[in-house]
Design a protein around this ligand. Structure first.
Ligand code: HEM
Length: 176
């Protein structure tokens, strides 16, 4: 009697103990070590020369498909100060992003470009240098790309191709 009762009482205790230990091992493995490894990988990928180029390719294939209803490109001149009016700070107004002097209407992706959102740094301006550098720093979001090396120019070109597939071209950046 006492033997099986002891077994009955002790088995759940043993099981609970084992479950507890496995849970602790699992938690340690997946909640502390792995995310750090993952973060390192994401960080390394994005800071490598082709990081954002890869992201552009991945985004193009995994995210919403390229629009099949793009309008013919418009090449009307838009001055930098006019362009700045379309910086996503006003609800309901189009949002423009220029790359290498061509202005894309990114309004369909307002959730990424309007004020307060991650990529607002590129809105209302030509921030080609920042795109090439994989930088979200506002000081890098300028049109001058003469500082970019070959790999950065390639990244910029990948972004340009990504935008061409997705967004209408509504003008070209003119001199002020
Ligand atoms: C941890 C850092 C980052 C993560 C996890 C990330 C993630 C993503 C994802 C998932 C998309 C696709 C979004 C969609 O189409 O719905 C995207 C798009 C984009 N990313 Fe990043 N990104 C990061 C950093 C950067 C940096 C540093 C840049 C600077 C150039 C950048 C520029 C862009 C641009 C321009 C788009 C295209 C947005 C569009 O028009 O659809 N990202 N990113």
């Amino acid at each position: 009697m006492s033997t099986w009762l002891q077994t009955l009482i002790s088995t759940p205790v043993i099981i609970a103990g084992l479950v507890g230990i496995s849970a602790a091992v699992y938690a340690k493995r997946y909640s502390s070590i792995q995310p750090i490894e993952q973060a390192k990988e994401v960080n390394a990928a994005l800071h490598s020369d082709t990081g954002t180029a890869k992201m552009a390719q991945a985004a193009a294939s995994v995210m919403s498909p390229p629009s099949t209803e793009l309008a013919p490109p418009k090449l009307d001149p838009i001055s930098p100060s006019d362009l700045a009016q379309y910086d996503g700070s006003e609800n309901g107004k189009p949002i423009y992003v220029a790359i290498k002097g061509r202005v894309f209407d990114v309004s369909p992706r307002g959730e990424m470009y309007r004020k307060g959102q991650g990529y607002n740094v590129f809105a209302g301006k030509d921030g080609s240098r920042g795109l090439g550098m994989s930088s979200l720093d506002p000081k890098d979001a300028v049109p001058d790309i003469s500082t970019l090396d070959e790999a950065q120019l390639k990244t910029l070109n990948q972004w340009e191709a990504f935008f061409e597939k997705r967004y209408n071209i509504v003008g070209t950046v003119a001199k002020e």
